[in-house]
Design a protein around this ligand. Structure first.
Ligand code: 13P
Length: 340
C-alpha cells in the first residue's frame, strides 16, 4: 500500500468545489431508468448516454471523480476514446463500482448484506490496470421501528472493511458507502440514531482491518426524515443533524465525505449540501457530493435517447454539476437555478 498515492487520489476526488459523479448504474438499473423515459434498453444507447455525460464541456471544473460500472470501464465512447481517457481529458479521476449487489441477509427478513468479496483482490488488480483509481461498495440499511438488526450493522460493516482493505492493498481509494434508506415513515431522530450506529460500526470494523483512514472517502446518506414521514424536517435541520452525527462518528483523518442523494429531488440534494457548508465552519473533512440520480435525472430526461438533444442535455448535466460544486463551497443560492 502506498499511502501517498491513496491520499493524492482522495484529495483529487473531493478537491474544493468538486464532487463525484456516480454513473455506475448496473445495466439493469440503467435500463430501468431508460424504460421510464421510453429509451431503448440496448448497450448502444447506454454508450450514447454515457458518452453524452462524460463529454459535457467544463464538467471537470466541478467533478473530481466519476464512478463507472464494469461495462463502462471496459467500453469506448461513441467517438472511439476509452471512457477512462475521456474522463482523464476532463481532469476527472475514473473509479469503479465493485460490489455485486445487496442480497437477502440470512435469518433476517427484510434486511440486506452486500456481497462481492470473493475474488475481489484479483478483480481490483485488473481494474487498476484498466485505469480505475478508486472504487465503491454500497451497504444498505432498512429502517423500521425494529430494524436494522445488529446482525445487519455487523455484517455490512465487516464486508465494507474487508473491501476497503483489499482496495488499499491495490492502491485504490475505497469509497465506503453505508446508506440508510430514505424509505419509510421514520422521523429525523430515528434517522440520526440509525445513521450514527451504522457509522460507528463501520469505523470500528475499518480499524479492526487496519484500514488507513487518510486514504478513504466516506459516502454516507444524510440524516433526513423518511420519505413517508408525516412532518418532514426542513433544510437547515437536516444539515445541522447530519453534521452533528458525522462530527460524532467520523475521525478527522478522513479527507472527504461525499454524500449520496438517495432519492432526494435534485434541488433538495443541492440545498442540503449547501446548508452544511454554510453552517459547517471549520470542518476537518471536505463535505461534498457523490450524487447519482440528483446529477443525472434532468440530463437523461432532456436527452431522452435523441441525438438532436445531446448538446442541450450536456448543458443540463453541466448545470447540475455546477450547482453542486457551488454547494460544496457553501456558495449556492436558488437564484442561480433561475438565472440558468
Ligand atoms: P444516488 O445519489 O442516486 O443515491 O446514487 C448514489 C450512489 O452511488 C448509490 O450507490
Amino acid at each position: 500500500m502506498n499511502i501517498d498515492t491513496l491520499k493524492t487520489t482522495a484529495q483529487a476526488m473531493v478537491a474544493p468545489g468538486r464532487g463525484i459523479l456516480a454513473m455506475d448504474e448496473s445495466s439493469p438499473t440503467c435500463n430501468k431508468r431508460f424504460e421510464g423515459l421510453g429509451i431503448p434498453t440496448t448497450i448502444e444507447m447506454r454508450r450514447e448516454y454515457r458518452t453524452m455525460l462524460v463529454s459535457s464541456p467544463g464538467l471537470g471544473d466541478h467533478i473530481g471523480g466519476a464512478i463507472l460500472f464494469d461495462e463502462t470501464l471496459r467500453d469506448h465512447t461513441t467517438d472511439g476514446r476509452s471512457f477512462v481517457q475521456a474522463l482523464q481529458e476532463q481532469g476527472i479521476v475514473p473509479g469503479i463500482k465493485v460490489d455485486t449487489g445487496a442480497k437477502d441477509l440470512a435469518l433476517h427478513p427484510g434486511e440486506k448484506v452486500t456481497e462481492g468479496l470473493d475474488g475481489l483482490g484479483p478483480r481490483l488488480a485488473e481494474y487498476s490496470e484498466l485505469g480505475a483509481r478508486f472504487a465503491k461498495w454500497r451497504a444498505v440499511y432498512t429502517v423500521t421501528d425494529s430494524l436494522p438488526s445488529q446482525a445487519c450493522y455487523t455484517a455490512n460493516a465487516h464486508a465494507l472493511a474487508r473491501y476497503a482493505a483489499l482496495c488499499q492493498e491495490n492502491d485504490i481509494v475505497p469509497i465506503v458507502e453505508p446508506e440508510v434508506l430514505i424509505d419509510g415513515n421514520h422521523d429525523l431522530g430515528r434517522s440520526f440514531e440509525v445513521t450514527q450506529h451504522a457509522q460507528h460500526t463501520v469505523f470500528a470494523a475499518l480499524a479492526d482491518q487496519d484500514v488507513d483512514l487518510r486514504g478513504i472517502v466516506l459516502k454516507p446518506s444524510m440524516v433526513i426524515s423518511g420519505a413517508g414521514a408525516a412532518d418532514r424536517a426542513g433544510i437547515r435541520e437536516v444539515a445541522q443533524e447530519t453534521l452533528r452525527c458525522l462530527s460524532s462518528t467520523v475521525p478527522a483523518a478522513v479527507p472527504g465525505i461525499a454524500f449520496l442523494s438517495g432519492g432526494q429531488s435534485d434541488e433538495e440534494a443541492t440545498q442540503h449540501l449547501n446548508a452544511m457548508n454554510e453552517i459547517g465552519g471549520s470542518l476537518p473533512w471536505a463535505v461534498t457530493f457523490s450524487y447519482g440520480r440528483a446529477l443525472q435525472a434532468a440530463a437523461m430526461k432532456r436527452w431522452a435517447g435523441h441525438s438532436d438533444n445531446v448538446e442541450s442535455a450536456r448543458q443540463v448535466a453541466f448545470h447540475r454539476a455546477q450547482m453542486n460544486g457551488a454547494a460544496a463551497l457553501g456558495q449556492y443560492s436558488s437564484e442561480m437555478e433561475k438565472a440558468a
